[in-house]
Design a protein around this ligand. Structure first.
Ligand SMILES: [Zn+2]
Length: 178
């Protein structure tokens, strides 16, 4: 099976089982473009791939990068899909099953608590659980996991410096990825 066929069959399965929708950032483009501008400013120009490389979840819809299509999906997109599904579960849980309510609390805590930059516990915690799931799926697909990529993502500009304690991040993943 080609990687994109594998992806498409997994996408169809999760859309049915989890009731999510998968699309790309051409949909709601102006929202994503506006967030992109804000992220470039906040990261002092370091995060510039929000539209072209990052996948984002809003309510129960997963938005892949702007030029992405299921037809050109690669094997790692399955990893991304499962990372985002973790966010959907968290959003639903925070809204007592209602993503529409959960998204509000998710967004507030994700962006601002307790600090928006440098000590964003909820952003760190929720990205960490997404990356853990992604890493488990990647492992099961035969990939080697480079913990430093995860540590850099969560402590650096990719998530606007969510968490400062690199050692702690490394230790958490090392323990949970056994
Ligand atoms: Zn995420």
């Amino acid at each position: 099976m080609e990687p994109n066929e594998k992806f498409m069959s997994e996408m169809e399965r999760v859309q049915k089982v989890y009731g999510v929708r998968v699309t790309n950032k051409k949909e709601k483009y102006w929202l994503w473009r506006s967030i992109d501008v804000v992220l470039r400013i906040l990261s002092l120009g370091k995060k510039k791939t929000f539209l072209t490389e990052f996948t984002t979840t809003l309510f129960e819809t997963i938005y892949f990068p702007v030029d992405w299509t299921p037809e050109n999906a690669d094997a790692l997109d399955i990893v991304t899909l499962h990372h985002e599904l973790v966010h959907v579960s968290r959003i639903r849980e925070l809204g007592d099953g209602e993503a529409i309510h959960g998204m509000f609390w998710f967004t507030v805590a994700y962006l601002f608590l307790p600090l928006p930059i440098g000590f964003a516990w909820f952003r760190y915690k929720w990205e960490r659980e997404g990356y853990l799931k992604g890493a488990q799926i990647a492992k099961s697909l035969g990939y080697n996991i480079d913990l430093e990529v995860l540590v850099d993502a969560l402590s650096g500009p990719s998530y606007i410096w969510a968490w400062p304690f690199k050692k702690g991040i490394r230790k958490w993943f090392a323990e949970h990825l056994k």
